[in-house]
Design a protein around this ligand. Sequence first.
Ligand SMILES: C[S@@+](CC[C@H](N)C(=O)[O-])C[C@H]1O[C@@H](n2cnc3c(N)ncnc32)[C@H](O)[C@@H]1O
Length: 284
Amino acid sequence: MSLYDQAHIRNFYNNYAEQETARWEKSIVEQVKLHIHQHFLHQHVKQGDTIIELGAGTGVFTQLLAQKNADLTVTDLSPIQLKLNKEKAKANGYFQKIKHWEIADVCDLSEFKSNSFDKVVCYGGPLSYVFDQKIKALTEIKRVLKTNGIAFIGVMNLWGTVNEYLNKIILPVPKSDNEKVMRTGNLHPSSFTASDHHCHMFTAEELKNDLQQVGFELIALSASNCLSVSRQKEVEDIKNSREKWEYFLDLELRACQSAGMVESGTHLIAIVRKNEIDASVREK
Ligand SMILES: C[S@@+](CC[C@H](N)C(=O)[O-])C[C@H]1O[C@@H](n2cnc3c(N)ncnc32)[C@H](O)[C@@H]1O
């Protein structure tokens, strides 16, 4: 039986509602993470691209994509998240720029035609909620992308989560429980009974293998985040000088993409391309 429980995740995000927007604003370190995610969108999204956003939530990235005059379809599993996304678009004056809002599960994009989007944005972990359905979801993402189209994929990261939350993991949780999570990457009642939260935390190796299995070319792999992990005060001090802040953000982006640091943060970001010939076929 699949570990993916669609109703549970939908309910979780229906109840989570506005906390989703607050997530990115709660600290300067979260703002650094936001900068890292936005960096890749600024780097690759072109004015007028045809884009589908999956698991869009309340729309922190929808707003940026609307500013790029994208031909934009916004989707989410949760009707409440989608409703908040619409309200935010109205309140911030970009409602007219969005072509469609649709309820959609990343595992089943059958209402969208094959080869129809220049970009697929799947940030914030929808793939982490689908557990054993992840290859199905990645295959759907690839199917709806045009050839040479690019997908932006964000997932939760195992080692980076330990790195950020070490004191909440080691001291209060028995080793045997921690080990079940470390071995599977799963925060799920089947591996950790104390948690009602469902999510799969990937390792970089695992994500790279999954992307390769589906035949994506990996353009960039990045942590979110790295130098700023657990350094709230230091990052606040740096922000006091514009010049130092800009230099810090540049270093953070470079560190996040260095092979040795890519598992430092709570999330992994993969930027992938759909080529005419699958990367998996070419490497054989
Ligand atoms: C952590 S939020 C991220 C929202 C936004 N993309 C961001 O990064 O700020 C995860 C979103 O993914 C949605 N989601 C979870 N599982 C999904 C699935 N299987 N298919 C589509 N959306 C999903 C949730 O409803 C929620 O809005």
